[in-house]
Design a binder for this molecule. Structure first.
Ligand code: AHG
Ligand code: MN
Ligand code: MN
Length: 358
């Protein structure tokens, strides 16, 4: 009989590699897995329960909230606020940090999350997901502060995502490889189905919203020409386009097949000069996963892991996937978008100086 490895067994086995472990991280991951099961239950019957459609409210970004956005956000918070494992949280759905209620104990971990990613797809049965990032508390005192939330990606203790699709999978890394678990609804357990995920050397797909091509910089336009083998020298890899508009679904597929996901800075929305995706709870956790799987992630200028966040909901350009594909887009941006790079560096420096001065 094949060995059945539940996520609980996997986490306990991994914990043995950390002699000083108290079990708090292991229990935190259990809590995340349970929240994932509760959200999965709602997503699989979204069409039946009164959980489809708009919640009739907007979030901190002025985006229409779906009922499932709100459900996922509340479920994660309620599973985490009393356990004594966290000192503070942050969610895409809330402008301000989420503090642990005074009547509950605080712990030494920090959780940032996108409760439901790809929510514009919920009503059309397209895969959606949850993304999470875990840091260690660095501030003094019992309760967490903004400084605990605004840590650069290289300090993440762990990161992962749940993808609610043809099956529900939880994919995570705690710095010792990337491991995928598939939910067996008949027993309510996440079972190890994809141990040690590695990005395949030969990439298959590129993912970008081609509908915004007219807003791209020259570097991005030329790079996509290269990707699809239309560059003058014809040296490009000739990848196929796959873009579903759900970051977790696009990221997961490319992680398994090899490729690059891109959400570049574009001139479409002056309010979002640096693209749409958020650094702390979308790009940094997925960058952690990608690098643990042998890939790489960049904002086109810097490695994502190196970026010091200056705002909880700061947006950055995002390129993630096979290392040579991501390094190549950095080259194109250096070569054709030098003025933009200078402006981007200046804007980032000013924003960081302003954050420090507050
Ligand atoms: P969220 O639903 O958490 O706001 O994220 C949506 C994001 C991401 O999932 C996806 O890659 C991107 O929006 C798609 O944006 P465009 O429709 O502009 O391509
Ligand atoms: Mn998202
Ligand atoms: Mn979201």
């Amino acid at each position: 009989m094949p060995k059945v490895i539940t996520i609980e067994r996997h986490l306990l086995e991994q914990q043995r590699h950390f002699p000083q472990a108290t079990g708090a991280f292991t229990n935190l991951m259990y809590d995340i897995a349970l929240a994932a099961k509760l959200i999965a239950r709602e997503t699989t019957r979204a069409g039946l329960a009164d959980i489809l459609g708009m919640a009739g409210a907007t979030n901190t970004h002025g985006e229409e909230q779906q009922k499932l956005d709100v459900y996922a956000d509340q479920t994660i918070y309620r599973m985490m606020d009393h356990t004594g494992r966290l000192c503070i949280m942050a969610s895409e759905e809330h402008a301000e940090p989420l503090h642990i209620p005074d009547h509950y104990p605080c712990g030494s971990y920090v959780l940032l999350y996108d409760p439901l990613d790809g929510s514009s797809n919920i009503d059309y049965n397209v895969s959606i997901g949850t993304i999470f990032s875990i840091h260690r508390k660095i501030s003094e005192g019992e309760r967490g502060t903004m400084a605990d939330l605004l840590q650069p990606g290289y300090r993440q203790v762990a990161a992962g995502y749940v993808i609610f699709g043809s099956s529900t999978m939880l994919v995570y890394s705690a710095g010792r490889g990337v491991h995928g678990f598939t939910l067996d609804p008949s027993i309510g357990e996440f079972l190890l189905s994809h141990p040690d995920i590695r990005v395949p050397d030969k990439p298959k797909y590129y993912s970008v919203n081609q509908g915004y091509e007219r807003y791209w910089s020259e570097g991005i336009r030329r790079y996509v020409e290269w990707l699809t083998g239309r560059d003058p020298e014809g040296t490009g890899p000739g990848l196929s386009l796959r873009y579903i508009g759900s970051l977790v679904a696009d990221f997961h597929r490319n992680l398994m097949t090899g490729g690059i996901f891109m959400y570049p800075a574009d001139r479409r929305d002056p309010a979002k000069p640096h693209g749409k995706l958020r650094l702390t709870y979308e790009c940094a956790p997925l960058a952690f996963i990608a690098e643990q799987a042998g890939g790489y992630a960049s904002d086109g200028v810097n490695p994502i892991r190196s970026i010091q966040p200056h705002d909880l909901h700061q947006r950055i350009p995002f390129f993630v996937g096979n290392r040579e594909l991501v390094e190549r887009v950095e080259e194109y941006i250096r070569r054709y978008d030098a003025d933009w790079v200078e402006q981007y560096r200046e804007q980032t420096r000013l924003a960081q100086d302003e954050a420090v001065s507050v």
